[in-house]
Design a protein around this ligand. Structure first.
Ligand code: UT7
Length: 319
């Protein structure tokens, strides 16, 4: 297979379930309020699967990927690889990516999952970019899909109010044009693994988070990886048209925007309607920005994210 100068994002597609849970809905079973949640997080509502639902994350990813494929004009058999980022796979194996391959009819694709929590989509973008530039593949479907509400403790008011369910997918393809993924930077800090984790085997299994600690690390490391990605692209921050950060908390996003000297009008946010959807949050925000005409040919976007692990990642893409 030939190697390419760049890898481009051809298209994006998303999926969210129909059911909407508002902040008010939490007031009936938790000591919380719409006012607290909006002020502390910026979230007003989130799409969720009904409690006890048998919904599959692979179906979420399939729905998002079908839209991305259709928009790109790429046929399923032209896809060389599928990388699915998820912390809520259907099962440990087969991988969700293999199920996606079967559902989509991508019979010529390799498929594997990666786990980098909320940074998963940018990690997948980085892996796809490297595989395309090294000539291992021409076209890779990257997917971030999560049903996080299946993993939260609904009695823990500090975590369950934050999350929503969603999927996003993008078609990444090799090109010899100048536009495309200009840089990707990955980072991890396993020393802080305990501040955001899922319980080990054998215990009653929930997500645990020391919110305040994650908050501080998020502001610091998302800023840091964003700066690194911009420098690696050979650009300065003034040359970035849009920042698409992980949608975890509006206060984290504002602080990162300030540290990076990005004015609010250049920062994409949509967490007020979706909450934190982990690996799906970046494609969900990208899809919206693209659909609203904020991304045109030549627009340069900085992606930056952090999640459990800790794992964090940044990327600069010129569309
Ligand atoms: O995707 C990446 C992973 N996640 C994140 O990036 C999340 C990062 N962290 C955060 O977004 C914030 O830390 C939270 C939104 C989770 C919490 O906000 P905070 O401003 O850090 O609040 P806090 O944890 O310091 O808690 C302040 C108070 C506490 O009460 P006391 O001890 O002061 O009496 C909490 O018990 O707010 C209380 N509290 C709540 N009150 C009403 C915590 N959750 C709630 C709630 N409703 N839902």
């Amino acid at each position: 297979m030939t190697s390419f100068k760049r890898a481009r994002i051809l298209s994006v597609g998303t999926y969210v379930p129909d059911t909407i849970m508002t902040n008010k809905d939490f007031e009936s079973f938790l000591d919380t309020s719409d006012e607290w949640i909006v002020t502390r997080t910026g979230i007003r509502e989130r799409h969720i699967v009904p409690r006890g639902s048998s919904a599959l994350v692979s179906d979420f990813g399939t729905n998002a990927a079908r839209i991305a494929l259709e928009r790109s004009g790429v046929a399923p058999e032209e896809v060389d690889g599928i990388i699915c980022a998820t912390v809520t796979p259907d099962s440990l194996y087969p991988s969700t990516a293999c199920t996606l391959q079967a559902n989509l009819g991508c019979k010529n694709a390799f498929a594997f999952d990666i786990l980098a929590a909320c940074a998963g989509f940018v990690y997948a973008m980085s892996i796809a970019n490297s595989m395309i530039l090294s000539g291992q593949a021409k076209t890779i479907l990257i997917v971030g899909a999560e049903i996080l509400t299946k993993t939260v403790d609904w009695t823990d008011r500090a975590t369950c109010i934050l999350f929503g369910d969603a999927a996003g997918a993008a078609v990444v393809q090799g090109t010899n044009e100048d536009e495309g993924i200009l840089s990707t930077c990955l980072g991890s800090d396993g020393v802080h693994g305990d501040i955001l984790h899922f319980s080990p085997w054998g215990e009653k299994r929930f997500m645990y988070m020391r919110g305040n600690d994650v908050y501080k690390q998020a502001v610091r490391l998302i800023t840091e990886i964003g700066q690194k990605a911009v420098a690696a692209a050979g650009l300065t921050i003034d040359e970035i048209d849009l920042l698409i950060p992980h949608q975890a908390n509006i206060r984290i996003i504002r602080a990162v925007g300030e540290h990076l000297h990005m004015p609010p009008e250049k920062v994409v946010t949509n967490l007020e309607r979706y909450g934190n959807t982990s690996s799906a949050s970046i494609p969900l925000a990208l899809n919206e920005a693209w659909g609203e005409g904020r991304i045109k040919q030549g627009t340069t976007v900085l992606f930056a994210s952090l999640g459990g692990g800790l794992a964090y990642a940044g990327a600069v893409v010129r569309f």
